[in-house]
Design a protein around this ligand. Structure first.
Ligand code: PEP
Length: 251
């Protein structure tokens, strides 16, 4: 089963509109000859409209960094799925560890966001991952299982096949510490088996599982060589065209 690689850039709370548009144009130019891989950019909400325009006619997917679970209403500070679709968003990051850790989003909330995204036809990039404390206490797989089962609660197989999963060990995000290729592959293999258990083997083989956590030009090739790693969710290194370009052009 060959899964199409996805290289996704999460710009977090960085860049003005002008900076975001410039970077998006540069990435679109890099991707003009991307035939066998997908690329996604998730700018901050303020830059979505500008980046949507910059990406028009390109093969780069526009992503958002979160989504509300209701279509409209009294939800100050939230952005509804139809609003994202209206602006041209196709993918959305859900359950990023910064949302979980800093803004206390739990598995129930993440499940609601995920189901809303799917209902409105957005492709969710669902993030899960253990903290350093959890890894050191041997709880990694139990934590991943709880997060994945919680996020996928009541998601039927017909919708689950749209999901992209991102394994992001919290201790590796923005720290310069990457999981070793063996640690990453072990977790990805575990997640694929878990998906097979929740749904079935065929579906598990089609779902892309990205690795995230200090992905850089000098570790992308080794990560992508692993059997169950289908792409990368990239923070810091996605903010410069040269480093993201090398990641997009992994070998
Ligand atoms: C992320 O934002 O999901 C991420 C993995 O960040 P970084 O690449 O900077 O570790």
């Amino acid at each position: 089963m060959s899964r199409r690689a996805l290289l996704a850039g999460n710009w977090k709370m960085h860049l003005t509109i002008a900076q975001a548009v410039e970077l998006a144009q540069a990435v679109a130019a890099v991707c003009a000859d991307c035939r066998d891989r997908d690329v996604m950019l998730a700018p901050p909400f303020t830059a979505l409209a500008g980046v949507a325009q910059a990406l028009q006619g390109s093969n780069v997917f526009l992503g958002a960094q979160n989504v509300a679970w209701e279509a409209q209403g009294a939800f100050t500070g939230e952005i509804a799925p139809p609003m994202l679709i209206d602006i041209g968003v196709r993918m959305v990051i859900i359950g990023h560890s910064e949302r979980r850790q800093i803004f206390l989003e739990d598995n129930v909330m993440i499940n609601r966001r995920l189901r809303a995204a799917l209902e409105f036809g957005l492709i969710p990039v669902l993030c899960i991952g253990e903290t350093l404390e959890e890894r050191e206490s041997g709880a990694t797989f139990a934590v991943l299982e709880k997060q994945l089962r919680g996020a996928l609660h009541d998601v039927p197989p017909g919708q689950a096949e749209q999901i992209v999963l991102a394994y992001e060990p919290v201790w590796a995000i923005g720290t310069g510490k990457t999981a070793s290729t063996e640690q990453a592959q072990e977790a990805h293999h575990f997640l694929r088996n878990l998906l097979a258990d929740i749904y079935n083997k065929k579906l598990a083989e089609t779902i892309r599982v990205l690795y995230g956590g200090s992905v850089k030009p000098d570790n992308i090739d080794a990560l992508m060589a692993q059997a169950d790693i289908d792409g990368a969710l990239v923070g810091g290194a996605a903010l410069q065209v040269e480093s993201f370009k090398r990641i997009i052009r992994f070998q």
